[in-house]
Ligand binder design. Structure first.
Ligand code: PMP
Length: 286
């Protein structure tokens, strides 16, 4: 089914939707994005995604073209026009087009480019991958220093996913100075002695919305969370490992660089966390 896509105030069939070749998103990856999951036709953790969008735009000095109510209306219209039940709404804002290529930013008042489209993903919640878990490989983290800004500069993460695929794995974990930063498109966690361990927030990682939700749920479940970095060796020796992201939710990791964790099957902590996360997000979706 052809999608109906939003571009700068217009709703268009996807084949007719386009942005100018001089758009800075296209020429310079000068833009940011958000991906909000949809369960039962409703938006998961929408407020969190809008807060991070505002933060990313602010960090790059791009004027936020809508307030939260405006964004909510656009997201809901994207869901409705595409009869989306389970999947995601992708949103991108770029610095727009000044009608030419130039490193200098376009003049103030140049309108940002806004694009929204939907991705139908039946089986997002009941994902068979969550029953077997992901195998990950480690790769050097050679990304830039502001990974907390959710830019569309995704070439290296895409390369890392391809390296994982070539190695027969499902994803890659980035390693910098001997410590895991995060996954190629998710936050990385381990479980050791009943404690959840994940890297503290800093410019070195994206401040995951799912990470924040899992921290809240873990606190409610009286689980201890330690915010600190860990090595691949520590992760390989952990009881369990997992990643969190808006579309993977809470995904078990069962092998790291060819070393199985524990039994090589998703463990009890990650299995429970995933179920509770999905239940809670489904309930609170808007
Ligand atoms: N880190 C990176 C590098 C990511 O690309 C993502 C997903 N966008 C995440 C973490 C997870 O963030 P979220 O839970 O908000 O999807």
């Amino acid at each position: 089914m052809s999608r109906i896509v939003h571009v700068n105030g217009k709703w268009l069939p996807e084949a007719a939707a386009s942005v100018p070749v001089f758009d800075r998103g296209f020429l310079m990856a000068d833009g940011v994005y958000e991906v909000t999951s949809v369960l039962d036709g409703r938006l998961v953790d929408f407020a969190g995604h809008m807060a991070r969008l505002a933060r990313s735009l602010d960090a790059l000095g791009i004027v936020n073209p809508h307030d939260d109510a405006g964004w909510l209306a656009l997201h809901r219209e994207a869901v409705a026009r595409n009869a989306l039940v389970e999947g995601a709404v992708y949103l991108q804002v770029t610095r727009g087009s000044a009608g030419d290529r130039d490193f200098a930013y376009p003049p103030a008042g140049t309108p940002p480019t806004v694009v929204l489209f939907t991705q139908s993903k039946p089986g997002l919640a009941d994902n068979p991958a969550a029953r077997s878990g992901w195998k990950v490989i480690s790769v050097p983290d050679i990304r830039w220093g502001r990974r907390d800004i959710k830019t569309v500069q995704l070439l290296y993460p895409a390369m890392a996913k391809m390296m994982a695929r070539e190695a027969g794995a499902d994803d890659a974990w980035f390693v910098e100075e001997g410590l895991v930063t995060e996954g190629s498109s998710n936050n990385a966690w381990i479980v050791a002695n009943g404690r959840l361990i994940t890297r503290a927030l800093s410019p070195e990682i994206l401040h995951g919305i799912t990470r924040a939700a899992v921290m809240r749920l873990a606190a409610e479940m009286q689980m201890e969370v330690e915010e600190r970095a860990f090595t691949i060796a520590e992760a390989q020796a952990a009881d369990e490992a997992l990643v969190t992201s808006a579309t993977a939710f809470v995904m078990p990791v069962v092998a790291i660089d060819g070393v199985d964790l524990g039994s090589g099957r998703p463990g009890p902590v990650v299995t429970r966390l995933r179920a509770i996360y999905i239940e809670e997000m489904r309930r609170a979706a808007i």
